[in-house]
Design a binder for this molecule. Structure first.
Ligand code: HDD
Length: 721
């Protein structure tokens, strides 16, 4: 697919009702005169009012006071979790009517393009923290539907750490920087997190996901998304089914290496934010398909896990994912604060045809989101902020409060009323009024955990067993890294106990790195879920084998690898480069949708063999291999000699090799490869393309880039870059 041209912003607006509705609030100061907030033209914005040239500033200076006061109040509390994030506008369109399962209009009308706003995030770090932290990624989607806002507030992992929302504050306290010294930022590799996890066996499955490469995505555009909980679909006849939501990225699911992630955190902490922004600005609109797994109500108890347990997936082999529509992100926000920061997601923003289940994690979330916005956005009127307003009108008897925007006219602000003809009127279900699914519930008031929630290990094992060998190695290394940072030996030991209940080999490998022994025989993990008066047997984890041994869809090795669209290729070149070879490779890569940057030893231009002036995008000082997906070294004697002599350029290649990236070099550039460490140690590698003329070389290189990474290279462990 060819790289698309930069999108003209107005081109996407007419199709997007939300964008049109934001337009009146969006202002540009181009060509405008400066005023105070009351509209007074400002004559001097640079000098405060003083009593004499060198005299004190005067309290009377209302311009100074207004400017400083506003500045003093610019910050709002960051989100208590998911503080660091990036958002974009887009549209969603359903492929086929889903009337059999849900009456939600936006999932039935194939003509409607529903406006959306999506915010991706990390969980633990502060607003200014690195994008590449090992962490869960938030994947929150707001649909501005004709029946009101629907928010699907999910993550890039399909399960969660805990089964009950009452534990959430403890989990988050444990993962956030430690309270005495506020260290470490945006990292789970510390004592309090693993202390908590080692006492919380229900987190075993989630820990497998967080220690996998899913926690260090290559791009937000290359992540899956999941609604996590089991929700409920309800059709027009009132028939309900259970549903799990998925987002499947059309570019496939890809990650970086952990060493690379740590480097990127220093070289470009905005890596994911920049990547999303640049992709949209260049017209390479990120796309996902919405998937659903549907379970008829009568099959609720058919599985060896509980559908209400958010630490469990429904394996796709048991219930296939139907792809029912497409999400396209096609426009960057105009203002980060007004849109990305002020958007207030809430799992309870729901539309007819979609309903909740009794998942205790979900139930608690239904409280938390509005509550947190009240503090974060300063009162009950946050729904009237432009980014939060639905595209449909809002009428009710809620009134007043800080920063009320609406001017609600009329005498009545209560219901029932006769003075206002009893408006706004309630809406019958058949006319779209929301009705809750009349699920029958009865039981004792009781604080307990259902026994059907106690199998904490079989799906953790399923996940581990489903990984490819390189993925398993990464997971083991992640655990060695994280637990290696834990100072308290007893915590490490408890974690080895938990790991041994998932997989003995896994535990043994981690134990070697920690210089410890796996507790033997593996005891039941210390279980601090047990309430003071609770009976242990009601909480004791069950370690069953699990019906399914392998679920191939859980491995990123099986993702789609058919495109190089938006992959970034660095061309290492200097004066005297063979421009024919360079241009052939560059053009073929760009024709496939890849992006090429010329990296040299200085900025400005380089002069090719035939005196062509080639613009340099970056130098080995201003960029780094970790910011690219692949590297190419064209020939040309002088260029090759310069690159070979530049230690940073040689390091660039060694590092790219270490991170398993495809590398191509012209035959006449072999001298550069020979200067590298890897080429001496491993002269032949599937991902190192050195044969063929420019076109063949480019085509083989493109095929290699589609593979993303040559992880099997890591086995050799010989590259110290
Ligand atoms: Fe949450 C934010 C996803 C459990 C309480 N959550 C937040 C965001 C995402 C999630 C993506 C950021 C939204 C945005 O971009 O503005 N949260 C999840 C998922 C969960 C989950 C997938 C488990 C399945 N969350 C969860 C629990 C609680 C919360 C159990 C509390 C009991 N989450 C919050 C919050 C946040 C939030 C405190 C912080 C900022 C906000 O809501 O708007 O209310």
């Amino acid at each position: 697919m060819a790289a698309k041209k930069k999108a003209e912003k107005p081109a996407v607006e007419p199709t997007n009702e939300k964008r049109r509705k934001l337009e009146p609030y969006t202002d540009d100061a181009q060509g405008k005169k400066m005023t105070t907030n009351t509209g007074l033209f400002i004559n001097d914005d640079q000098n405060s009012l003083k009593a004499g040239e060198r005299g004190p500033s005067l309290l009377e200076d209302f311009i100074l006071r207004e400017k400083i006061t506003h500045f003093d109040h610019e910050r709002i509390p960051e989100r208590v979790v998911h503080a660091r994030g990036s958002g974009a506008h887009g549209v969603f369109k359903v492929y086929k009517p889903m009337a059999e399962y849900t009456k939600a209009q936006f999932l039935n009308d194939t003509e409607i393009e529903t406006p959306v706003f999506v915010r991706f995030s990390t969980v633990a770090g502060s607003r200014g923290s690195t994008d590449l932290a090992r962490d869960v990624r938030g994947f929150a989607v707001r649909f501005y539907t004709q029946e009101g806002n629907f928010d699907l507030v999910g993550n890039n992992m399909p399960v969660f750490f805990i089964q009950d929302a009452i534990k959430f504050p403890d989990l988050i306290h444990a993962v956030k920087p430690e309270p005495d010294n506020e260290i470490p930022q945006a990292a789970s590799a510390h004592d309090t997190f693993w202390d908590y996890i080692s006492l919380t066996p229900e987190s075993a499955h989630m820990i497998m996901w967080v220690m996998s490469d899913r926690a260090i995505p290559r791009s937000y555009r290359m992540m899956e998304g999941f609604g996590v909980h089991t929700f409920r679909f309800v059709n027009a006849q009132g028939v309900a089914s259970f549903v799990k939501f998925h987002w499947k990225p059309l570019l496939g699911v890809h990650s970086v290496a952990w060493d690379e992630a740590q480097n990127i955190s220093g070289k470009d902490p905005d890596f994911h934010r920049r990547d999303l922004w640049d992709a949209i600005e260049s017209g390479n609109f990120p796309e996902w398909e919405l998937g659903v797994q549907i379970v008829p109500e009568e099959d609720e108890f058919k599985f060896d896990f509980d559908l209400l347990d958010a630490t469990k997936i429904i394996p796709e082999e048991l219930v296939p994912v139907q792809r029912i529509g497409k999400l396209t992100l096609n426009r960057n926000p105009d203002n980060f604060f007004a849109e990305t920061e002020q958007i207030a997601f809430h799992l309870g923003h729901i539309v007819p045809g979609i309903d909740f289940t009794n998942d205790p994690l979900l139930q608690g979330r239904l409280f938390s989101y509005t509550d947190t916005q009240l503090l974060r956005l300063g009162g009950p009127n946050f729904q009237q902020l432009p980014i939060n307003k639905p595209v449909v009108p809002v009428y009710n008897n809620q009134r007043d409060g800080f920063s009320r925007q609406n001017i609600d006219s009329g005498k009545t602000n209560y219901s029932p009323n006769s003075l206002g003809n009893n408006y706004p009127e309630q809406v019958r279900a058949e006319q779209g009024g929301y009705t809750t699914y009349p699920e029958r519930v009865e039981g004792y008031k009781i604080r307990t955990r259902s026994k059907s929630f106690l199998d904490h290990f079989s799906q953790a094992r399923l996940f581990f067993n489903s990984q490819s060998d390189p993925e398993k190695n990464h997971l083991v290394e992640a655990l060695c890294f994280e637990l290696g940072k834990v100072k308290t030996v007893a915590v490490r030991e408890r974690m080895l106990g938990i790991l041994s209940l998932i997989d003995k080999g896994l535990a043994a490998q981690v134990a070697v790195a920690l210089g410890l022994h796996v507790p033997h025989p593996p005891e039941q993990p210390v279980n601090k879920n047990v309430p003071a008066d609770g009976a242990l047997e009601n909480y004791e984890p069950v370690n069953r084998e699990g019906d399914l041994k392998i679920s191939p869809t859980l491995s990123m090795a099986n993702t789609v690898k058919d495109s190089i669209q938006t992959r970034k290729v660095a061309i290492l070149a200097a004066d005297g480069v063979d421009e024919k070879a360079l241009n052939t490779v560059k053009q073929l890569i760009e024709a496939e949708g890849g992006a090429v940057e010329i990296v040299s030893t200085h900025l400005g231009f380089i002069t090719s063999l035939n005196d062509e002036q080639i613009h340099v995008d970056d130098t080995t000082l201003t960029t780094a291999s970790v910011l690219f997906d692949a590297i190419y070294v064209p020939g040309g004697a002088n260029s090759v000699a310069t690159i070979e002599a530049d230690a940073d350029a040689v390091h660039f290649l060694n590092e790219a090799f270490k991170h398993c990236k495809p590398i191509a070099a012209d035959a006449s550039a072999m001298q550069v490869l020979e200067a590298t460490y890897f080429f001496k140690k491993i002269p032949s590698d599937k991902g190192v393309i050195v044969n063929g003329q420019a076109t063949d070389l480019a085509n083989n290189f493109i095929e290699a880039i589609k593979q993303h990474r040559f992880w099997e290279r890591e086995k050799a462990r010989k590259i110290p870059a």
